[in-house]
Design a protein around this ligand. Structure first.
Ligand code: GDP
Length: 297
């Protein structure tokens, strides 16, 4: 099974999936940034930390019980650190960046980091090229991290675009594995800023058409579980509802899993179950439900 992932909702589900089936992951990299000399891949880091079970599961980013001494000192020294980066988290960024500086690809660097944390799952970036999510707001254009971290998602969103996406290529290794894969799961991630960038790399979404594709809705009722998905979906012209999520994926989706709260939407290609993951047990239960659903498709 291939899983498409962002950095919060899907990593939660991966903690359950790893107990019930084998899978590989393609991760959004359009939120990556260089900070104080190192490349941060927020979504890849969260996937690795979740699978290594060291993620800070209060915030769903960074390493549990991390300290921030280096961050505080760098700020005193005049570094522009808009993001609060933990010391252990930064060690990951240094490991990745050193691999990149020594000429390794991002695919290779990701594998080095995953292995260092004892994670054997194949985890790939959506592309090698640097792509940036730019949020167009009533206060001008800004990188997604600035919009979400520095500005706490407050500005009015008019549009979202992925800078440099036209130059991005599906990595050769992903292309090969995708060709052989039959089952694709789109986790409960932000459809606009986490999944759309992956789907927009070359003809990635076209390649899903002949596969069994299941998605889990990150929206319950007319709100996301967390984060700015609602605002961004609205800006892209989609209804903020499970139906809106279905519409984003409609060209290739076979089945959408929505929360029991939205069971009224059940149809030939919408099923409901409890999709709220408050614990690992919740994630395992949802993962088992999904595996059975693939068998029925
Ligand atoms: P980001 O990269 O940090 O934006 O993270 P993602 O895109 O992977 O995840 C954000 C999405 O996860 C949000 O739209 C949330 O609504 C969704 N989400 C978070 N927790 C849960 C959960 O327990 N269940 C479901 N179904 N969705 C969740």
């Amino acid at each position: 099974m291939l899983v498409l992932s962002g950095g919060t909702g899907t990593p939660k589900l991966l903690q359950g999936l790893k107990e019930v089936c084998s899978f590989w992951v393609v991760v959004n990299t359009a939120e990556d940034v260089w900070v104080s000399g190192n490349k941060i891949c927020p979504d890849i880091d969260s996937v690795i930390y979740a699978l290594a079970e060291i993620i800070d599961d209060d915030k769903w980013w960074g390493v549990r019980n991390d300290t921030f001494t280096t961050h505080e000192r760098l700020k005193e020294l005049g570094f522009d650190e808009g993001m609060r980066i933990g010391d252990m988290d930064r060690a990951t960024h240094i490991l990745r960046s050193e691999a990149l500086r020594s000429g390794k690809s991002l695919c290779e660097a990701t594998q080095i980091v995953a292995r260092a944390y004892g994670v054997e799952t194949r985890i790939y970036p959506m592309c090698e090229e640097e792509v940036s999510t730019v949020v167009v707001t009533d206060e001008g254009e800004m990188h997604f991290q600035e919009f979400w971290v520095s500005r706490r998602g407050e500005p009015e969103v008019l549009d979202v675009r992925f800078e440099n996406i036209e130059r991005a290529k599906i990595p050769e290794i992903v292309r090969g594995e995708l060709e052989r894969e039959e089952e694709v799961l789109i986790g409960p991630s932000n459809p606009i800023t986490s999944i759309m960038p992956i789907l927009s790399v070359e003809d990635f979404s076209e390649r899903l058409k002949d596969k069994k594709v299941i998605a889990v809705s990150p929206i319950v009722g007319n709100r996301p579980f967390s984060g700015p998905a609602g605002k961004l979906m609205r800006a892209k012209g989609f209804e903020v509802s499970p139906k809106g999520v279905f519409d984003v994926y409609s060209s290739f989706l076979d089945m959408l899993v929505v929360d029991t709260f939205d069971s009224r939407f059940e149809s030939e290609n919408i099923v409901s179950t409890n999709t709220m993951m408050r614990s690992k047990e919740d994630a395992v239960r949802l993962a088992e439900f999904i595996v059975k659903l693939f068998d029925r498709l």
